[in-house]
Design a protein. Structure first.
Length: 118
């Protein structure tokens, strides 16, 4: 079973960029896509972006429009969302999840904490 493992979170200043990573640990072949979601205190969890292992990306949160790019390295079982021009409201926990067949997310990582200071 695939277990997503996130990394790359941390403390950054407003305006800076951050590249997160998610390794689909245990993946040997196949699978459909990996997705990213974020949670913040007082806010519902929202979909950030996803990418298929063939490289087809989908973007979600309107507040991140134009400031996020997601890529995938299939041989390394890793996906990379890059967040740019970060704002304090981007602070939260970013979770990676596996969508093994295109019908929903099954396995979730523990999350990467991102804090953006003003």
């Amino acid at each position: 079973q695939v277990q997503p493992v996130e990394s790359g979170g941390g403390l950054v200043q407003a305006g800076e960029s951050l590249r997160l990573s998610c390794v689909a640990s245990g993946r040997t072949w196949g699978g459909y896509s990996m997705g990213w979601f974020r949670s913040a205190p007082g806010k519902e969890r929202e979909f950030v972006a996803s990418i298929t292992w063939s490289g087809e990306a989908t973007y979600g949160a309107a507040s991140l429009k134009g400031r996020i790019t997601i890529s995938a390295d299939d041989p390394k079982n890793t996906v990379f969302p890059e967040l740019r021009d970060l704002k304090p409201e981007d602070t939260g926990v970013y979770y990676c999840a596996e969508n093994p067949s295109g019908f929903g997310y099954r396995s979730w990582g523990r999350g990467a904490h991102v804090t953006v200071s003003s």
